[in-house]
Design a protein around this ligand. Structure first.
Ligand code: PMP
Length: 437
């Protein structure tokens, strides 16, 4: 195991060695392996507020936040109580409970385009089900997604990119049949011209365009002005559905999601992460007309033994209630995140390290370069060697972010001003260690 860190990772190494014998790569989701930064994985013992503690007793200010869900921080007292109260009444029934309706009501009130919603267990399930619904509703097979957009690991979505303006899909992973991949057309993010070209050729066959309204899986790439409106106009023109994958942005960039922030109403919305309050939850929703195509009302099938699970609903309902009842949360998240971004840019200026910071609300990321990042191609120009050095230096200073420049840094309501300032100081030292002045 390559590890240049001074932090003690004795227990982590032992735990990891044990894990790799029985779990592929020792992890239940690939990015947890920390292989992109040549480190022993962080093995977490516990989390509280803005911090996580690993099995060697190292404490970190955490900006992974479970990859987005933990907008209120770790082990938030009200949420823990809600889960506990639900658990003692029974962990799962596979039958309806009232909390599912209360949860659906909150989502329908908050998300502008959603009149009805179906709960599932992950973001992957949400996008997979929304795609089936879009295909069933339009009776068309093809979908458009954007290069560098991640919509979970369902076959149809594991297609990224190729060169050229629009690439007819090639699977990213063995196991995705070519026959599935060829129905997924990928185009560059923020390029309305590419979308238009595809529609001009294949418009009558396209069931849906699926998009992260703020791309959050190639760092953070905000939509250029007019991009989302353009997608709305083109999809209406051709009778295709517009799907916003708000698994990351929903209740994150604002209580009304990215669709509230940018004022664009998609036909279908996928949710996950924040709506589960840290438990496994996803959801998809849209107009009554479209959603009533789903079984048992309509013919399009989708189901789940644990869907609407009472623990998950209790956690999600508690999270959304807290967020909905306290308007200062989003303004504070904005203020702290803006300060973090500003601090990073000041550090870059002072040290002379090339750095581009992209941010929408409490989602931010930094690329080690000076160009603007507007799509996957430009995102990939980030200097990975520099990132690795920087990453090791930050971990050593107790700052935990995702071990890749293509994942978001999530600020939570539990991050204090002191946490933010400590992070900015660590960042300065880390940049100096990366060869800055
Ligand atoms: N869509 C987006 C935009 C995501 O960021 C993710 C996960 N990072 C997913 C879908 C998949 O969600 P899950 O990991 O819960 O399946």
């Amino acid at each position: 195991m390559k590890s240049k860190l001074k932090r003690n990772d004795t227990n982590a190494k032992a735990a990891y060695e044990r894990a790799i014998r029985v779990i592929p790569g020792g992890v239940n989701s690939p990015v947890r392996a920390f292989s992109s930064v040549d480190m022993t994985p962080i093995i977490v013992a516990s989390g509280q507020g803005s911090r996580v503690l690993d099995v060697d007793g190292n404490s970190y200010i955490d900006y992974i936040g479970s990859w987005g869900p933990l907008i209120l921080g770790h082990a938030h007292q009200e949420m823990v109580e809600a889960i506990w109260k639900a658990a003692i009444r029974g962990t799962s029934f596979g039958l309806s409970t009232e909390i599912e309706t209360k949860m659906a009501e909150l989502i329908c009130e908050a998300v502008p385009s959603v009149e009805m919603v179906r709960m599932v267990n992950s973001g992957t399930e949400a996008t997979m089900s929304a795609l089936r619904l879009a295909r069933g509703y339009t009776n068309r097979a093809k979908i458009i997604k954007f290069q560098g957009g991640y919509h979970g690991h369902a076959d149809a979505m594991l297609i990224k990119s190729g060169s050229g303006v629009a690439t007819l899909g090639l699977p990213d992973s063995p196991g995705v049949p070519k026959s599935v991949a060829e129905n997924t057309i990928t185009v560059p993010y923020n390029s309305l011209d590419s979308v238009r070209m595809v529609f001009e050729q294949l418009g009558e066959q396209i069931a849906a365009v699926i998009v992260e309204p703020v791309a959050g899986n190639m760092g953070v790439v905000p939509p250029l002005p007019g991009f989302l409106q353009g997608l709305r106009d083109i999809t209406i023109q051709y009778g295709s559905l517009l799907i916003f994958d708000e698994v990351m942005t929903g209740f994150r960039v604002g209580y009304n999601g990215a669709q509230g922030l940018y004022g664009i109403k998609p036909d279908l919305t996928c949710l996950g992460k924040v709506i589960g309050g840290g438990l496994p939850v996803g959801a998809y929703g849209g107009s009554r007309e479209i959603m009533e195509q789903i079984a048992p009302v309509g013919p399009i099938y989708q189901a789940g033994t644990l869907s609407g699970n009472p623990l998950a609903m209790a956690a999600g309902y508690a999270a959304l209630s807290i967020l909905g009842n306290d308007p200062t949360i989003y303004t504070e998240l904005e203020r702290k995140s803006a300060r973090l971004a500003e601090g990073f840019l000041q550090n870059a200026k002072q040290t002379g390290v090339p750095l581009k910071v992209n941010r929408v609300g409490s989602m931010l990321c930094s690329y080690f370069m000076e160009h603007d990042v507007v799509d996957y191609e430009t995102a990939q120009l980030s200097n990975m060697a520099l990132f690795k050095k920087y990453y090791a230096a930050m971990i050593e200073r107790g700052i935990l972010t995702a071990p890749t420049p293509y994942e978001v840094m999530f600020v939570s309501n539990a991050h204090s001003d002191e946490d933010i300032e400590t992070t900015i100081e660590a960042h300065y030292e880390a940049l100096k260690q990366c060869g800055g002045r």
